[in-house]
Design a protein around this ligand. Sequence first.
Ligand code: PMP
Length: 429
Amino acid sequence: MSNNRSETLFASACEHIPGGVNSPVRAFRGVGGTPVFFSRAQGAYLFDADERCYIDYICSWGPAILGHAHPEVIREVQEAATLGLSFGAPTEIEVEMAATVRELMPSMDLVRMTSSGTEATMSAIRLARGFTGRDGLVKFEGCYHGHSDSLLVKAGSGALTLGVPSSAGVPASIAQHTITLPYNDLDAVRAYFRAHGDSVACIIVEPVAGNMNLIPPKPGFLQGLRKVCDEFGAVLIFDEVMTGFRVALGGAQALYGVKPDLTTLGKIIGGGMPVGAFGGRRDIMQCIAPLGPVYQAGTLSGNPIAMRAGLKTLSLLRQPGFHEQLSALTKMLCDGLEAAGKKAGVPIVTHQVGGMFGFFFSDSAPWSFDEVMHGDTERFKDFFHAMLAEGVYLAPSAFEAGFVSIAHTEADISNTIAAAERALMASRR
Ligand code: PMP
């Protein structure tokens, strides 16, 4: 496939930007080849620098749940821009945003906005440490919570794709406080807490793991974490940067009926603009400055344009039937991929939670990091490139989740499944 303009642009990018990209997964290191450069997007489609169209299953890694460039969101952004880009002072719109988030996620008594998911998780952890007076942080292998020091220990997403799950540059004195346990293994959590529970400030977890492909929580896993935190006085943080407003209107906490102490948000809440948020129990959130001693701040936090884009997005996705339709489309895709695999004699299994999905070249779907790591990444690479040539843009790594938007039509999904069938048939030979 000729990718001329992307090749030229990538060569130029590599002159000016480390690895030619501003976030590592974009470099295609997980699949090889030249990253595609995009110039515009509309609905379910991305258009590359040569005006080639792709059905998009990344959706900007989640935010584009309404599809790209939704006209009502764009109108909000345009109107807001004429009123000033940033004030660094309070606005009415950020109050409306906080009230809306509280309504959709009732576990959040108070909400603070940030400019990225990384800031949200980093701040939530500092808060949990400040509140409990403890340093220990329990996370799970293959989960990704942004790129702050404490969280780049055995992390997922790009860190995993590039083979550097524990980043250089993180002082051992910081990493020593991060304890990484196997996802979906409640016994391991209980055992750790029995031995060291009184030193743990918090557990942070992706309630649906979307940074090592897609691994749903086993029944009882999240409930078990809640119980352990209650027993040992640790703060339970659900990182819903990816799952918030996507796996259900009220996020994974509504879907699985578990109330975390703190929640972190990002992606959808900004409607495609740079936004994150964290919030939760009033007594914990009251430890944040200016009310309490835990410092946290941001020049662009609560940015008025981002708030308008996010609020409009939330108002559109809370319409009745939205998540049912999104889930049905995603299920149609997953069922179709499995059927295409059967037809081609290539084993494919899928996981799906709401508008998120994962697929695996395997006979049985994985439920742990170790099982994901044993997947057939060579076959994934071939499949990825065959799909790209077919005009389907999947995540360029076997360790990322896929995303569907409400703008995807049944015809888009059918076309994707037909493309997958051709790609799999070809890969058999
Ligand atoms: N938490 C989770 C679960 C994520 O998936 C991500 C990003 N993919 C982050 C945190 C970090 O968010 P950001 O990239 O906006 O800093």
